[in-house]
Design a protein around this ligand. Structure first.
Ligand SMILES: NC(=O)c1ccc[n+]([C@@H]2O[C@H](COP(=O)([O-])OP(=O)(O)OC[C@H]3O[C@@H](n4cnc5c(N)ncnc54)[C@H](O)[C@@H]3O)[C@@H](O)[C@H]2O)c1
Length: 348
């Protein structure tokens, strides 16, 4: 996997949601690969202090706290990652909108005002992490292959609606020349370390993460381990390493390479099934780990799973230079990485 070359003008980068799973890894990637870049990282609770990092605790639903992020000198790039995931947004409609729409508008506006103070500098590069939850309807089922040129954006969850709305804002702020924005629709990032998220997709990582640590995990798509859905339901995922690399790559793509009429890119992933997840669990955890999987059908989770397409056309992403190391390594590669991390954490 190649390391993206950052524009020379990108000296200070702001990451919101930096205390979250992807945000923390993005912070580490940027620190590891770009020794001259300074970071400002923010989350509700200030992320851990690190060298070259200004760490801030801020609730971005408050516009004043969003503005305050821009009082530490010129910021050249923003990765807007903070948010409430799909299950959480569905369970709490008002809160989901407040964070996934209102706070992102505050951040965009604060970025615009900051950029206006530096009219002679390049436009602030702005990357929103969106989601494939922007798709829904009959063309986005586990059986579907989504071609973005032929599939309308018709989200079927509050999370997906909020992401679609914010993609439009990012495009319009870009069109108006306020920022140089890009939205990337991530595949489900798996294997996710740490605590389970409020995403409906949480079980995809949970089937590996918990049993490899001696804990039970629920397979929510069926009550029956012999149900054919375990082999047939297609799921689109990306490994943390590949997704983080491609999020960083997004900020390096020259503006003129994007289509004129939108700035939303489906970044690469791979198709797997629950069977492949279970096979990887058996390979890396053995029969003991397999016994920790409980099959308990959860209708609400299953209903959300039915709104995810099983594969996506990445022609545009590849034409822009995105890479897909997961094609070679498969889901096994992500599980091997996760197991290595567990062993390293035990030794530390
Ligand atoms: N992880 C995935 O599989 C996946 C898939 C598609 C899209 N995404 C998107 O990628 C981004 C990162 O995902 P993640 O898995 O790291 O999520 P996460 O839940 O681990 O992290 C999100 C962070 O946002 C912070 N946050 C929430 N409300 C906030 C507020 N009001 N002010 C400041 N910070 C706030 C949370 O405290 C949390 O640390 C999100 O935008 C998510 O929608 C993730």
């Amino acid at each position: 996997m190649s390391v993206p070359v950052l524009p020379k003008t990108l000296k200070t980068i702001l990451i919101t949601g930096a205390g979250g799973f992807v945000g923390d890894r993005l912070t580490t990637y940027l620190l590891d690969h770009y020794p001259d870049v300074k970071l400002i990282v923010c989350d509700i609770k200030a992320p851990a202090e690190r060298p070259r990092v200004t760490s801030i605790g801020a609730d971005l639903t408050d516009p004043k706290q969003a503005e305050a992020l821009f009082t530490h000198g010129r910021i050249d790039g923003v990765f807007a990652l903070h948010g409430i995931m799909s299950g959480g947004s569905e369970a709490n409609f008002d809160f989901g909108y407040k964070v996934n729409i209102d706070s992102h508008r505050h951040l965009l506006e604060a970025t615009r005002q900051h950029g206006a103070k530096y009219p002679n500098d390049p436009k602030i590069l702005y990357v929103l992490t969106s989601s494939l939850a922007v798709y829904g309807g009959p063309l986005a089922l586990p059986e579907s292959h989504v071609n973005p040129d032929a599939t309308p954006v018709t989200p079927e969850s509050s999370y997906g609606i909020a992401k679609a709305i914010m993609e439009m804002f990012v495009f319009d702020y870009t069109r108006k020349g306020f920022i140089d924005g890009r939205s990337v629709r991530l595949p489900t990032v798996s294997v996710r370390a740490g605590a389970p998220s409020s995403a409906a997709s949480s079980f995809i990582s949970g089937l590996i993460r918990e049993p490899l640590q001696g804990q039970e995990s629920v397979c929510p798509i069926t009550n029956d381990p012999k149900d054919p859905i375990i082999d047939s339901m297609r799921i689109w995922v990306g490994s943390p390493k590949a997704v983080v690399r491609n999020i960083v790559y997004t900020i390096t793509v020259p503006a003129e390479k994007y289509p004129k009429h939108h700035r939303s890119i489906n970044i690469p992933g791979i198709t797997i099934t629950t069977r492949e997840i279970l096979n990887a669990l058996e390979k890396y955890g053995g029969p003991e780990a397999m016994k920790l999987v409980k099959y308990t059908f959860e209708p609400q989770t299953y209903a959300i799973c039915r709104t995810w397409a099983g594969s996506y056309d990445n022609t545009l992403a590849f034409s822009l230079g995105y890479e897909n190391p997961d094609e070679k390594n498969g889901f096994d590669g992500a599980v091997a990485d996760f197991k290595e991390e567990l062993l390293a954490a035990k030794k530390a």
